[in-house]
Design a protein around this ligand. Structure first.
Ligand code: UD1
Length: 343
């Protein structure tokens, strides 16, 4: 019988790509989502790619009773991958309580229910935001955590601490904290991808929407940073590569190979790319000219950060495979197919 995994936030951007990879690796996925920031049609995309429609329930993870009902309806869930969270940095400054409630209550409910239903492993979506602006680059997992600069970032730090405390109190489960760098791109089939609501806050959806003529002009937030071309540097990782790391992490945990009750992995490519390099590469691979202008810095932006993914490479046997060209092209193909999935 296939191992059953609960994916929260399962119709979201990273959740949907991870569901595909889990199903292709032979897992059975129970997907839950409150659909606050995703579309039910994503299930069609997942089914078209894998031939399997994930089991799905529309549930808000802050509703503990509804969550318990999912575990009752689908017995034998072995692990949880928790993507259900609010993730917009700017919005978190405007609505901090919403962020603390969504992200913390979701986590507490899931951890509370795990022993009751015999769930053995928990994978948490964390972020490189926990490192702030690191003193040394690239960043490995032993780099000190810096004070959070937004409520969103704070929820990631607090959630990591809660998981550590819960597991070390001899909880009957193990956990993996995955610190994502900048996930971008879409499934090569262009059947699933990122569906930003309203004006995108992140770079790549803004780039693809500008290229598609939906946005007039892309603003580059600052060209006076202490970097080779003056724009900020990030480690952009293909979302499919990122999704595959979750499959490796779950497999390791459930087969009892974890060396510690809580393991932490950076998920990045190990390569930093500036905003201007992203624009330049996007134009080259797509042949589309981007209308962009340099504007002032965005408040709260980190100057430069990229991963040292050595631990994930060595321990998980996982490595980001896609080139940045392939990744940006996948984002563009998805943008071109988007009209078909939207209402
Ligand atoms: C941020 C968070 C990250 C979070 C992610 C999800 C930090 C340090 N990082 O990533 O933890 O998971 O949001 O939302 O808090 N840019 C432009 N023009 C635009 C948009 C972005 O120039 O229109 C630039 C930004 O200044 C930045 C880069 O592009 O240098 C990437 O920005 P973005 O995609 O928003 O991601 P982060 O801010 O790195």
């Amino acid at each position: 019988m296939a191992t059953r995994i609960l994916v929260t936030g399962g119709t979201g951007y990273i959740g949907s790509h991870t569901t595909v990879e889990l199903q292709q690796a032979g897992y059975e996925v129970v997907s839950i989502d409150n659909l606050s920031n995703s579309n039910i049609k994503v299930l069609d995309g997942i089914e078209a790619i894998t031939g399997i429609r994930p089991l799905f329930e529309q549930v808000d993870c802050t509703d503990k009773e509804a969550l318990a009902a999912v575990f009752e309806k689908y017995p034998g869930i072995k692990a949880i991958i928790n993507f259900a969270a609010s993730k917009a940095v700017g919005e978190s400054v405007q609505k901090p309580l919403l962020y603390y409630r969504n992200n913390l209550v979701t986590l507490l409910n899931l951890l509370d229910l795990m022993p009751r239903f015999g769930v053995e492993g928990f994978v948490f979506s964390s972020s490189c935001t926990v490192y702030g602006q690191p003193d040394h680059l690239p960043v490995n997992e032993d780099t000190p955590i810096k004070p959070a600069t937004s409520p969103y970032g704070n929820t990631k730090q607090i959630c990591e601490e809660i998981i550590n405390d819960a597991v070390h109190a001899e909880a009957p489960y193990k956990a993996v904290l995955l610190r994502y760098f900048n996930p971008i791109g879409a499934h090569p089939s262009a059947l699933i991808g990122e569906l930003p609501l309203g004006v995108p806050q992140n770079l790549i959806p803004f780039v693809t929407q500008t290229a598609a003529g939906i946005r007039e002009c892309l603003s580059v937030f600052g060209d006076d940073y202490n970097t080779p071309d003056g724009s900020c540097i990030r480690d952009y990782i293909h979302v499919v590569d990122l999704a595959k790391a979750h499959v490796a992490a779950v497999g390791r945990m459930l087969s009892g190979k974890s060396e510690k009750p809580v393991e932490i992995f950076n998920l990045g490519t190990g390569r930093g790319l500036s905003v201007l390099e992203v624009i330049d590469t996007f134009q080259k691979v797509t042949g589309v000219k981007l209308n962009y202008k340099i504007v002032g810095r965005r408040e709260g932006d980190i100057e430069q950060v990229w991963a040292d993914p050595t631990r994930a490479n060595r321990v998980l046997g996982w490595k980001a495979q896609s080139t940045v060209e392939e990744t940006l092209l996948s984002a563009w193909r998805w943008q071109q197919h988007l009209g078909e999935i939207k209402d």
